[in-house]
Write a protein that binds this ligand. Structure first.
Ligand SMILES: Nc1nc2c(c(=O)[nH]1)N[C@H]1C(S)=C(S)[C@@H](COP(=O)(O)O)O[C@H]1N2
Ligand SMILES: [Mo]
Length: 284
């Protein structure tokens, strides 16, 4: 679908009423998926965001207390030009695109979500990673006053995730500021979150305040919680089961029958070469 000049994507969508302001001048990216979109209501009311509780409806219930302005992301570490980007600047850093991606949670359910954002690479090139920048660490907000779930030690807070630098620079890796034509609802990781569509959902950190480029593979909150259950790579892989359940199939939210899980969540053409020569059963 090509948008006429001046038309906003949101103006063409049915779901412009809830949470947020609409985002203007969003370009629909080429090559959208054949999969049907998951309804807006499910995308925004069936969430994992442990900072607001562990129940699937808790984030929608409780994330109203998250203050999304002022907001900034500090980018530091192995970069020539460390910088604090404020949210207004982040919104203008690169043209906003719609990207329809599959999201596969490690819990074996999945969705299809029309995100809005731009490649993380756009941000990273501004700070000029040095030759020592081998990994990228992402840190979510820590503030128990705004995030009631942080009063419990469900995870080691703040939520931390990480990618290898080539994964972080891959064009599919998205910094998202919206979905369904709107500003990101709080429960989906407002005001800015990562989306890495070929990895289990937990790699896509929400409400990011810091991005650190580092030489060594960073520790992540989920690896600390269960090192034999949650690895650093976390590529969607139907051949490597979670110790407590199969990963061969998944429940697409809204569908009755399970569908087979695809290697790299269906993005193998684009990302499999990042892992050539690696044993993905060991590097799970
Ligand atoms: N900060 C933070 N980011 C997070 C999580 C979380 O609990 N905290 N949950 C992850 C998990 S397990 C999934 S499946 C996705 C869900 O994103 P969605 O609620 O927007 O669908 O967010 C990921 N990012
Ligand atoms: Mo997840």
């Amino acid at each position: 679908m090509e948008l006429a000049a001046g038309a906003t994507l949101a103006s063409l969508l049915p779901h412009s009423v809830l949470a947020g302001e609409q985002l203007a001048n969003v370009k629909k990216a080429a090559g959208s998926l054949p999969d049907e979109l998951t309804p807006f209501k499910d995308v925004t009311h069936y969430n994992n965001f442990y900072e607001f509780g562990t129940g699937k409806e808790d984030p929608a219930q409780n994330a109203g207390s998250l203050k999304t302005r002022p907001w900034s992301i500090t980018v530091e570490g192995e970069v020539n030009k460390p910088k604090v980007f404020d949210m207004e600047e982040l919104l203008k850093l690169a043209p906003l695109e719609e990207r329809v991606y599959r999201l596969r949670c490690v819990e074996a359910w999945s969705m299809v979500i029309p995100w809005i954002g731009y490649s993380l690479a756009e941000l990273l090139k501004h700070v000029e990673p040095t030759g020592k920048a081998k990994f990228v660490e992402f840190v979510s907000l820590e503030d128990p006053k705004q995030m009631p779930g942080q009063k419990s030690a469900t995870l080691n807070w703040p939520y931390r995730e990480g990618l290898r630098i080539d994964e972080a620079m891959h064009p599919l890796t998205l910094l998202a500021v919206g979905l369904y034509g709107e500003v990101l609802p709080n429960q989906n990781g407002a005001p800015i979150r990562l989306v890495v569509p070929w990895k289990y959902g937990y790699k896509s950190a929400k409400s990011i305040v810091k991005i650190r480029l580092v030489e060594k593979q960073p520790m992540t909150s989920w690896m600390e919680a269960g090192p034999n259950e949650y690895g650093f790579y976390s590529n969607v892989n139907p051949a490597v089961d979670h110790p407590r359940w199969t990963q061969a199939k998944e429940r697409r939210i809204g569908e009755f029958l399970k569908r087979p899980t695809l290697p790299f969540n269906g993005y193998a053409d684009q990302v499999a070469q990042l892992y050539s020569g690696m044993d993905l059963t060991k590097n799970f």
